[in-house]
Design a protein around this ligand. Structure first.
Ligand SMILES: NC(=O)C1=CN([C@@H]2O[C@H](COP(=O)(O)OP(=O)(O)OC[C@H]3O[C@@H](n4cnc5c(N)ncnc54)[C@H](OP(=O)(O)O)[C@@H]3O)[C@@H](O)[C@H]2O)C=CC1
Ligand SMILES: O=C1O[C@H](COP(=O)(O)O)[C@@H](O)[C@H](O)[C@H]1O
Length: 599
């Protein structure tokens, strides 16, 4: 039986238990009526809480280990029978009895192996192993799991453990038994050295995995944390020599998914030679960020936002990403891609699609992704006139000299690769016709931030205009800010009467500041995404048609920039970026929200 007992874990059946008891009492959730099942039985079922919650209308709910339970009809009666079908699939019908004591889900008989391909690399150390540990700490991993590191470097299991242990932290202060948990986790990590294009080496891995799986149903997740030019080799070898024989096999693919429409299509075609689309989990880690996931909740669960979510009330939308460091250490990779491919075509565009999509039929992955694709396909490809590119230059501040982009040894001296870009995008559909969606992304800027800014139109009639002290009409409109990072917050700028006998208005803020409101630390995006991949939840992963649509928007522009060798505008390291970004915004009568005096 899987032990999803921590209330912290999104898949915890104890929290599942409590949340579903109340939902089923209300009779609006077509799922197992957990309120009538003993907590012990509920734990046995261990249906993923998130999956269940996200799919109230779907016919299946998936269990933590990827097995699937059919939906229980929403009746006031309880579970009549639950039977285990092949591969741990459950089926249940309703009846009066609530006795599930004999119920055996056979979860104990399945395992999950997670192989980090490219385990010696930066991403594996920085993000993947720490996220896996956090999931383990939170009791979110199945009872039977094994983690394998795979790369060419020669290492023993102990050396991998030493390497991994250096990057593990107990994220929250005063955590209990963290050292103990780390040690337990490390004992579940193993290492296999091998080439990425060797079937024999993957067959060795298979042999080792099988040893750990010990005859149970073997579910296998491969995380490709390697350079993209070796993705296909690794997938070919993993799929032919190390696929699961009786469970699922899934592959997480890291970006970049190509450089343009053609290379992306070639990559997809290559992957699909060996994998079905539903085995491919294309990661965009911004989709795993708490406030990005909350976007749909904000829109679709609060009556006050959705009616305003259109050209009728929204003047413009801004998607802003900035980092206060340069490409230090990743210049070689970055120069081949540039900021438009690195941030805009994926992270910011994905946020835009979630922001602008129509209400999905349900929270099923396919329903959400269908709506996102529709938005992407309604957009105009970017025009060079609507884009500003920049590159950071060396700058000395406070006695410290910060290097310019081309001073990086791995970057050609004459590189025109943009480290900054601003762009205006448009969605040609009924909801968003004429509303500029402005994107801005840059490295080596004055701060590190990712946010969504929604600037609303001004109030017709302007009754209080003259009482708005010293501000112009467009500067006194409402603005909703979703600060994705750091210091997560959602705040709404409103006009408010300054207390007193007179009638003077000022700009004030209704602020949902996460650190003040929620005691719990926000999980890293990779935790959420890894857990989803283990659970088979695809909502936060990119489907191939989404990817095609995203590339179609950016490919003509990227080609034009490269063919014309458009010179980026210089900006000093640590500044707010090139001034051209302001002219671009002004062209659409927009002022960047992050540079206004109020910020
Ligand atoms: N690092 C990051 O922050 C981010 C990374 N990514 C993407 O994630 C993936 C992994 O990133 P990262 O860990 O930084 O990558 P690395 O460059 O660190 O590569 C990972 C591992 O792959 C192997 N490797 C590297 N170059 C080659 C090569 N030319 N041929 C064969 N094997 C090679 C190395 O292992 P060994 O020599 O032991 O085999 C290396 O440890 C990449 O696709 C990257 O674009 C995406 C977002 C952020
Ligand atoms: O994908 C990428 O994202 C990081 C920024 O991620 P964050 O979660 O730290 O905001 C960026 O530095 C990198 O260039 C890019 O490849």
């Amino acid at each position: 039986m899987a032990t999803f007992s921590s209330p912290h874990c999104p898949s915890s059946s104890s929290s599942f238990y409590s949340s579903y008891s109340s939902e089923s009492r209300n009779g609006n959730l077509g799922l197992v009526k957990i309120s009538s099942i003993s907590k012990k039985s509920a734990q046995k079922i261990s249906v993923s809480k998130r999956q269940a919650r996200n799919n109230p209308n779907s016919n299946v709910v998936r269990m933590q280990d990827g097995a699937v339970a059919t939906k229980i009809t929403p009746v006031e009666g309880d579970i009549k029978s639950v039977e285990t079908l092949k591969d741990g699939i459950l089926s249940a019908t309703s009846q009066e009895s609530n006795d599930l004591s004999g119920f055996d889900v056979k979860k104990d008989e399945s395992t999950v192996s997670i192989t980090v391909v490219g385990a010696s690399g930066d991403l594996a150390k920085k993000k993947i192993f720490p996220a896996l540990f956090a999931l383990y700490y939170e009791d979110c991993l199945p009872k039977h799991f094994t983690i394998y590191g795979y790369s060419r470097s020669k290492m023993t299991d102990d050396e991998l453990r030493t390497m991994v242990s250096k990057t593990l932290t107990c994220r929250i202060d005063k955590r209990e038994n963290c050292g103990e948990k780390m040690e337990e986790f490390l004992q579940r990590c193993f290492y296999q050295s091998g080439q990425y294009d060797s079937r024999d080496h993957f067959a060795e891995l298979d042999k080792n995995l099988r040893r750990h799986e010990a005859g149970k149903i073997a579910n296998r997740l491969f995380y490709l944390s390697i350079p993209p030019n070796i993705f296909i080799d690794a997938v070919r070898c993993a799929s032919s020599s190390a696929s699961s024989a009786n469970g699922w096999t899934r592959v997480i693919v890291e970006k970049p998914f190509g450089r343009d429409s053609e290379s992306s299509a070639a990559l997809t075609k290559g992957l699909k030679q060996y994998l079905k689309e539903d085995q491919i989990f294309r990661i965009d880690h911004y989709l795993g960020k708490e406030l990005v996931e909350n976007l749909s909740v904000l829109r679709f669960s609060n009556l006050i936002f959705e009616p305003l979510w259109s050209r009728q009330y929204i003047r413009n939308v801004q998607l802003i990403f900035s980092e206060d460091f340069g490409t230090e250490g990743r210049g070689g990779y970055f120069d081949h891609y540039g900021i438009i491919r690195d941030i805009m075509q994926n992270h910011l565009l994905q946020i835009l699609a979630l922001f602008a999509m129509e209400t999905p039929v349900s929270l099923d992955a396919e329903d959400i992704r269908n709506e996102k694709v529709k938005v992407l396909r309604s957009m105009r490809p970017l025009q060079l006139d609507d884009v500003v590119v920049g590159q950071y230059q060396s700058h000395t501040r406070g006695g410290v000299t910060y290097p310019g982009y081309t001073e990086d040894k791995t970057v050609p001296k004459d590189s025109v690769t943009p480290t900054f870009a601003a762009a205006a995008l448009f969605i040609d559909n009924a909801r968003w016709d004429g509303v500029p969606f402005l994107m801005k992304a840059g490295k080596a800027l004055h701060n590190r931030r990712a946010e969504i800014r929604v600037q609303f139109r001004h109030v017709p009639g302007n009754l209080y205009g003259r009482n708005l002290h010293g501000t112009k009409l467009d500067q006194s409109t409402n603005e909703l800010v979703i600060r994705v990072q750091p210091d997560e917050a959602i705040y709404l700028k409103i006009n408010n009467k300054v207390p007193g006998l007179g009638m003077r208005l000022d700009r004030s803020t209704l602020n949902l500041h996460y650190a003040a409101r929620y005691a719990k630390e926000i999980p890293d995006a990779y935790e959420r995404l890894l857990l989803d991949a283990v659970e088979g939840e695809r909502r936060l992963f990119i489907r191939s048609d989404e990817l095609d649509a995203a590339w179609s928007l950016f490919t003509p522009l990227l080609k034009e920039l490269e063919q014309k060798k458009v010179n980026p505008e210089n900006y000093p390291y640590g500044s707010r970026g090139p001034v051209g970004a302001h002219y671009l915004a002004a062209k659409y009568n927009v002022q960047w929200g992050d540079v206004s005096l109020e910020e």
